[in-house]
Design a binder for this molecule. Structure first.
Ligand code: PEP
Ligand code: MN
Length: 337
């Protein structure tokens, strides 16, 4: 429920209402605006009637939040949220390019790929240390050592780093090395992991599950916000459909739809979204044109030798060319790289 206070509502009245909402077992939210204060009450709304808000002298309106995802919804929070990863903002007028290899393999590979990412205009470095692989025989990542290497290279190049966390027990470890935690497609509905990343004070990039509906993704994000972490970026990375010509079907309609339904920033991952190197740049541009706040792209200094996802990894010169094209396209949609 959203409770819009009258512009002249005194602070002590607001505090009293918040206390009464809490006493009813609901979660109170305090959202001061430039003209008036808006309060939220989350939980079993049937008890709200007992607060007699309708007749309250300082309450202007009481409105239900219709979406099942309350904190994530634009109904509760009409303005765009900005998520800050290191010193990089995602969600404002400046577009955020996140790039790096699928996996952290070794120092030479990571440093060369990270330099390529930076040269192309990427401001955040990605790289997996814990890799979720379909086959147990595939390279699983270097774990803790990979995290340290990623953090070192990020520091050397002045780029904040994002990396995937696969299980709740690793959240603290990953959070000590990374500037942002990635929850991957395979874990989008791992509710204990969502709660665990909701309890740390590091931003989270939440990737859409391969068979997740938009509402499932938004409810997964709600788990993180409900634990107190509002620094969440949603990532469209393709879904499974009957089409097998591409690795996944990149659902770009999800971008404006997510942005209409939620205040959270939205980025696109055309690498996993297509699985095919030649399709990455065109779909990256399409994602930017669709209104994404950023992109996450895999780049490798020698994709043929990559231990993971080489076929979808751009060569450095391809990322650089994409960076230039983004620079030209973004002003059309009111953004800069
Ligand atoms: C990744 O970003 O390397 C990854 C494994 O992505 P997803 O979870 O989208 O498959
Ligand atoms: Mn990958």
């Amino acid at each position: 429920m959203i409770i819009v206070m009258k512009p002249d509502a005194p602070a002590n009245v607001v505090d009293d209402l918040l206390a009464r909402i809490e006493a009813k077992g609901l979660k109170p939210l305090h959202m001061p605006g430039s003209e008036r204060v808006v309060l939220g009450a989350l939980g079993d709304e049937r008890v709200l009637g007992e607060l007699e808000l309708e007749g309250h002298p300082y309450v202007e309106a009481v409105k239900p939040i219709l979406a099942p995802y309350k904190l994530v919804s634009r109904e509760l929070h009409p303005h765009d949220s900005i998520v800050t990863i290191g010193d990089v903002s995602i969600g404002g007028s400046r577009f955020a390019l996140i790039a790096g290899p699928c996996a952290v393999e070794n120092e030479t590979q990571l440093l060369a790929s990270a330099k390529a990412a930076k040269a192309a205009g990427a401001r955040i470095l990605r790289g997996g240390a814990f890799k979720p692989r379909t086959s147990p025989y595939s390279f699983q990542g270097h774990g803790g050592e990979g995290l340290t290497l990623l953090a070192d290279v990020g520091r050397e190049l002045g780029m904040p780093v994002v990396t995937e966390v696969l299980e709740s027990g690793d959240v603290d470890l990953v959070a000590t090395h990374a500037d942002a935690l990635q929850v991957g497609a395979r874990n989008m509905q791992n509710f204990s992991l969502l709660k665990a990343v909701g309890q740390v004070r590091k931003p989270v990039i939440l990737k859409r599950g391969m068979s997740a509906r938009i509402e499932d993704l938004l409810l997964a994000a709600e788990y993180i916000l409900a634990e107190g972490n509002d620094q969440v970026v949603l990532c469209e990375r393709g879904i499974r459909t009957f089409e097998t010509a591409t690795r996944n079907t990149l659902d770009l309609a999800a971008v404006p739809l997510l942005k209409a339904k939620s205040h959270l920033p939205v980025i696109v991952d055309p690498s996993h979204g297509t699985g095919i190197r030649a399709l990455v740049a065109p779909m990256a541009l399409a994602g930017a044109a669709a209104g994404a706040d950023g992109l996450m792209i895999e780049v490798h200094f020698d994709p043929g030798a990559a231990q993971c996802d080489g076929a979808q990894s751009l060569f450095p010169h391809q990322l650089e060319a994409l960076g230039k094209q983004l620079g030209q396209l973004l002003p059309v949609v009111g953004r800069t790289l």
